[in-house]
Design a protein around this ligand. Sequence first.
Ligand code: FMN
Length: 71
Amino acid sequence: MREIFAANDALRERTGGFNADLPAGYFILVIRAAGVAAGPMTGFDSAGMDTVFFSGTTWRSILVVNIRTPR
Ligand SMILES: Cc1cc2nc3c(=O)[nH]c(=O)nc-3n(C[C@H](O)[C@H](O)[C@H](O)COP(=O)(O)O)c2cc1C
């Protein structure tokens, strides 16, 4: 698989995106199942977020989840 993904940027992006989005969805469900509020957001400055948190890594943000415990 390494050679297949290395030779195909589009396939790598699509597969990686799906493999990140799916656990992000489960992450939201788990937070809510624990009785905690989860507010997912894609409308954020992802380039700024990546600079602050992921500089020097290959990581990139896909989602922000605001989490609030019940009062
Ligand atoms: C993947 C995802 C991204 C979202 N992005 C935004 C966003 O950028 N801005 C926003 O106001 N709501 C966004 N929402 C919607 C809210 O986070 C929230 O889910 C919505 O207001 C409905 O509330 P509820 O999920 O508690 O029913 C997003 C929801 C999802 C699932």
